[in-house]
Design a protein around this ligand. Sequence first.
Ligand SMILES: *Cc1c(COP(=O)(O)O)cnc(C)c1O
Length: 395
Amino acid sequence: MNKKYSYGKQTIDADDIKAVADCLASEWLTQGPALKNFEDRLCTRFSAGYASAVSNGTAALHLIGLALGWQPGDVVITTPITFLASANCILYCGATPDFVDIDPVSYTMDLNRLEEKLKDYKKRNVKVKAVVAVDFAGHPCDWDGLQSLAQKYGLQLVDDACHALGAKYKGKEICSCEYADVLALSFHPVKHITTGEGGAVLSNNRDIDLNIKSLRAHGVTKDADRLLKNDGPWYYEMQELGFNYRITDFQCVLGTSQLSKLDYFLSRRRAVAGFYDRAFAGREDFVVPGVVGQVQHAYHLYPLRIRFDRLSITKEDFFRLMSEKDINLQVHYIPVHLQPYYRRRFGFKEGDYPEAERFYLDEVSLPIYPALEADDLEYITSCLHSAVSSGGDRI
Ligand SMILES: *Cc1c(COP(=O)(O)O)cnc(C)c1O
């Protein structure tokens, strides 16, 4: 049987399995020592002040919105080229989402357009509360630019860094939270490291972190310093409305084991990206992902643009031909503002964000994960070239 390829997949080896098996045989399946250990490792690895691990990346974003006090009437801005959760977290808090188009080279938020939008809101006396910036595909946003806009317009800055574990901006780990007020991670199997489902909130702000830790477990505290009164050793107080967004200990031991391999995973991903860059750079009808500014890309995705509008094959036929070769591609992303829910509720429409919409038509996410070897990559690129030049006929 042929190998099957998809755009992303986990790398699990014997020591990951042993770590989970050992945990399953231990005293604690959840709320035990593995949680704190994983959080400590995240802080150490990225030089971040605080980490709170949670049940998934979407929960991380939801709790961030709550901890930052988003509420009805607040406007929060994100990018249309992202996973739904970057925008949905705004709705979970009752705030109003808006979007800013992408930069045509880095595919992250276009800060000239962001400032235009901020000026416009200011003129109308509407307060923009926060920006959820996404380091798309693993390419850091222009964080210096975001910081100066945040100062000028009084914005909270959230980094949706679910694609960017290990990415660097001006020589510094993006996950150090040097640039954003607070940052969200996901450990879904397609991401850099996995816990099955899982996520984390990173920050350098103790109050935010305490708030996240309370909100992930029903808003309940047993911390003597925070109790309004104390009836005895059994006593706890619910001081705000939280959720059950906890992560288990066996997920956390997997996360710790995976984190120790992050540098290897990153080097493999960068090698795969380098191969594709050489295979497609400068070729007519292809655009390889750009790297803008002093950044180190983490390549969660390899978003290749193919000018289907100039080729004799449609994107649909191209996907079908590649899947007949056991190469299952994906598109990242369908612009969020064009989802039926967002159109219906907020009136977004085609033409609102032309750069994002153009990108959606061209974009194809090629397979990128640590296990891909040179012969896999040669197979994938040669199938891709044959498909593109086939005019849609079977290859
Ligand atoms: C994966 C992802 C999320 C959410 O992560 P889950 O763990 O699947 O909930 C949020 N934002 C972006 C950009 C992502 O890629």
